[in-house]
Design a protein around this ligand. Sequence first.
Ligand code: ZN
Length: 376
Amino acid sequence: MQFKDIVGQQEIKDRLIKSVINNKVSHAQLFFGAEGVGKLAIAIAYAQYINCTNRTKTDSCGECSSCKKYAKLIHPDLHFVFPVVKIGSKEVISDDHIKEWREFVNKSPYFTYNQWIEQLENENKKGGIFVHESKSILKKISLTTYESEYKVMIFWLAEKMNIQTANKLLKILEEPPEKTLFILITENTEAIITTIKSRTQPVKIPKIDDDSLKNYLQKQSSITDDNEINTAVKFSNGSLTSLNKYINELEDNNELFDFFVRFMRTCYKFSIEEINTLTTEFVKLKREKQKRFFKLSLRLIRENFMLNINNNNLSVLTVQEQNFSNKFSNFIHQGIIEDLYNELDKAHHDIDRNGSDKIIFYDTAIKINKLLRKKF
Ligand SMILES: [Zn+2]
């Protein structure tokens, strides 16, 4: 990971680079800031920069032997401590999951605690940095550095350390070995014990600025509309993980909207062949998405009824929804709105209660067909 790969954060990058150039790297630092602002990415890029044998005034070279190992997160002097999940009474430490961790971070170093814990695919969802970890930490610290100037240990989410682990760490922070850098990362400084806080230099990682997020969107997503870009950036509130979540949902919603349009057309015409095709597609969706489909249908039916009774200013629709609704709203009149709404609501409810998706979908299509064909 190089500084150039980090979204925004120019000021903090400059500050960290300066500390290396001026030979003022503090041996224990506490990177704190909100979820998704890039704390882990910055920590790795910083460590890579420190150990690069051919660094420039702006970044690591990306080509020296150290950089190449850093790029794969396999440098022997780079260590990670992160939350893991206990399996029964078995002692689990970060090293047990280092392979998954490297793969996960290499995919993107911007992820949430929940995303990481889900990755571990364990029924027990409560993660932590447990006391056995401290043995492994002490062992790693006592080893001489293999290849680089600095040995680096990055703690991802230090607030997940239990109190015994934190106390053991305290001793190392008090008497740090030569040329060792500890970077503790946290989203919650309140949860870090004060004795650790007082032994680390705080480094605030702020929210990502709007322009950098807009830039990212233009390069990384299919969103091109200026209004949509602004809405997405506003929603993300300086967090890249929130922005990615928003984009995924938006793309998902577009897909569900297309499905809704086909569903309504098919219900109106009622071709057995088409309804079979749609049913096959529907049952392939995950249950959560099936529920979202009926939620979306409920919203669109409600909005279209508002248009039907000329209450335009009460309706909130996207541009593509609006285009479809201009005609469609004529069908959503007073005579059927209540029944239509109830059918879709019932379908949502039945899906939620794990009913047969095939039967529910098919049944709803038949009922909606009757309603749409009903005359005023
Ligand atoms: Zn290098």
